[in-house]
Ligand binder design. Structure first.
Ligand code: SF4
Length: 437
């Protein structure tokens, strides 16, 4: 049987244009990694920045099944360098899978390393605890809970609504565990605020602004579940927009404001812009029509795929096409039982969607699917999508971007292997580095 090392090295050999770093990063993101207990953080009391569970669980087990990793959290991210593949600096979001062939542990000399199939393949760096995580809000809440940062501190991730109003099997997206993640944190007695008060968000941002003296934090994302009725008496555009309005009033221009929300009608999109948002992510999730209808039943019922796409194009008239960056969940195209059964078909379909948007100046981006165990697609596909799909997608994405004269989208930090900080897919690791000014 082919080992995971054989699989990785075979793909590195067959796709030499995809950086080696990206092959390993995609494999870690799709299948997770294990941590020795000695490599875990000690939550807020330690020197390592802990995993914040910023929106989804992004784990391959539920919290009760994670044992020590649930009590002494793993780090939010790791950074890989060196080893037999001579890796350039690669930031990877941590997704725990106790059964993964990848394991982080100390070697015989006490150096923290990433092992694959028992062989050390990279040095592992851990994110230091940021100063701003050592302070709490006046009411005792942690900054990590209210305004966690990811992407090595670049992005403040504001999941201000921790649940989704698409609820239950007939409405929730079939790969999404936002509602389960909320329930499991509540059950574990962790602080996990359903709707974050605006004042708390501002207070947490003030702490970040004060202690992030290097000004590493550059952007914020406002996000959470879809709002199909109202939250706090507000429909989706005004609910998410009120945070942007308050942030921009208090800290004008301090961060690049982004929102992940539904594809809304033009008047609502205009309100996002008026509130001070600069980048809009109306995520289209999966391109194929049949799969969208099956995987996103709530979105299909309330908005519909064609209308969703029409609104994405329309929003480019408000934000400018460069600033409309819809996400898709890379890998669900191949999920059983409904997905494509060959990598070729899955790539062709995904490429069609990329060309549709990129030919209009809109640059989609993607996150690597994590098959969380409580989701319908995670249950039927515990190993996620084939690594070859993820590797070929990187090559295809870059080719379509180049063919349309586009470059890396704004608000993601620097592109290129060794430079990228975007941690939940390796698309930024695969793009051309910016020329030195
Ligand atoms: S719209 Fe879908 S992906 Fe987004 S939070 Fe709701 S269920 Fe999850």
């Amino acid at each position: 049987m082919q080992s995971r090392t054989d699989l990785v090295e075979d793909l590195m050999g067959r796709f030499p244009n995809v950086p080696r770093e990206a092959v390993i990063k995609e494999d870690l993101l799709r299948g997770g990694l294990a941590f020795d207990d000695s490599a875990l953080s000690d939550n807020e009391g330690g020197d390592v920045k802990p995993k914040s569970y910023f929106i989804f669980s992004f784990d391959h087990r539920t919290l009760p099944e994670l044992g020590t990793a649930a009590l002494r959290r793993p780090p939010e991210e790791i950074v890989l360098t060196g080893g037999p593949y001579d890796l350039r600096r690669t930031v990877v979001s941590v997704r725990i899978n106790p059964d993964s062939p990848y394991r982080v542990k100390a070697d015989d000399d006490g150096r923290l390393m990433l092992f694959l199939d028992g062989r050390a393949i990279a040095d592992v760096g851990l994110p230091p605890m940021p100063d701003y995580y050592r302070h709490t809000l006046a009411n005792g809440k942690q900054v990590m809970e209210v305004a966690p940062t990811i992407q090595w501190g670049y992005l403040v991730y504001l999941t201000v609504f921790r649940v989704c109003q698409y609820f239950g099997a007939k409405e929730e997206c079939q790969y999404c565990d936002i509602n389960h993640n909320w329930r499991q944190h509540k059950a574990a007695g962790r602080p996990y605020t359903g709707v974050k008060p605006v004042d708390e968000v501002l207070e947490a941002l003030a702490i970040i602004d004060k202690y992030d003296t290097a000004r590493t934090s550059t952007a914020y994302t406002l996000t959470g579940g879809s709002v199909t009725s109202k939250v706090d008496g507000l429909a989706e555009a005004d609910f998410y927009g009120r945070y942007a309005q308050a942030i921009e009033e208090r800290f004008p221009g301090r961060w690049i404001g982004k929102v992940v929300a539904q594809a809304l009608p033009r008047a609502d999109v205009q309100r996002f812009h008026d509130y001070g948002i600069r980048i809009y992510h109306p995520n289209y999730e999966v391109w194929d029509k049949r799969l969208f209808e099956l995987y996103c039943p709530g979105k299909e019922r309330y908005v519909g795929r064609e209308e969703w796409h029409r609104r994405i194009l329309e929003s480019a008239e408000v934000f400018g096409p460069r600033n409309v960056i819809p996400n898709f969940v890379a890998g669900v195209e191949m999920a059983e039982p409904f997905g494509f059964t060959s990598v070729n078909e899955a790539i062709d379909s995904t490429a069609e969607g990329l060309q549709y948007f990129m030919s209009r100046g809109i640059t989609p981006r993607f996150t690597t699917w994590c098959p969380e165990p409580t989701t319908p697609l995670g249950k039927t596909n515990p190993h996620g999508a084939p690594l070859e799909y993820h590797v070929r997608l990187l090559e295809t994405y870059r080719a379509i971007m180049d063919a349309n004269g586009l470059s890396s989208p704004p608000g993601y930090g620097p592109p290129g292997p060794g430079n990228a900080v975007f941690s939940v897919s390796s698309f930024m690791d695969t793009l051309e580095p910016n020329p030195i000014p």
